[in-house]
Write a protein that binds this ligand. Structure first.
Ligand code: FES
Ligand code: FES
Length: 156
């Protein structure tokens, strides 16, 4: 069946099986492998992408159910020239990346948070990432990274 998506600003027309998930389409059809497959059942958040601006688990979405949607993946956070987003830079600076498996999902969850709330409290950050599991337990550094972006944005 024919699926139309806008992925990181570019239109994509893809033939998909009726049961394909958005995660399958992104990784297998569009070769956007930055989005990770962890549990494949909505528990770990490794597959988080933005669908029309909202952070969702791509492993839980039947691709055809989001036909016509605007999708943002971790690849879309970096400019065409390769410049990292402020949040990506902050993850590196704060040591918020260890093995990195959870990182794309966390970046997408937190990108959505910062768009909605440019000055989140630590509790709001914790709440936002409650569905993203970091097996390396780098939560303190991740929260510090988000805080530093919020401080930059607010000139503090
Ligand atoms: S792979 Fe989707 S939530 Fe774990
Ligand atoms: S950095 Fe390894 S799972 Fe989070």
């Amino acid at each position: 069946m024919r699926l139309t998506l806008t992925v990181n600003g570019a239109e994509a027309l893809i033939e998909v099986a009726p049961h394909s998930t958005l995660l399958n389409v992104l990784r297998d059809e569009l070769v956007l492998t930055g989005t990770k497959e962890g549990c494949d059942e909505g528990e770990c958040g490794a597959c988080t992408v933005l669908v029309d601006g909202e952070a969702v688990d791509a492993c839980l979405l039947v691709a055809l159910s989001v036909d016509g949607a605007e999708i943002e993946t971790v690849e879309g956070l970096t400019s065409e020239e390769g410049t990292l987003s402020a949040l990506q830079e902050a993850f590196i600076t704060a040591g918020g990346v260890q093995c990195g498996f959870c990182t794309p999902g966390l970046l997408m969850t937190l990108t959505a948070l910062l768009r909605e709330n440019p000055s989140p409290s630590n509790d709001e950050i914790r709440e936002a990432i409650s569905g993203n599991i970091c097996r390396c337990t780098g939560y303190a550094q991740i929260i510090e990274a988000v805080g530093s972006v919020a401080r930059q944005e607010n000139g503090r």
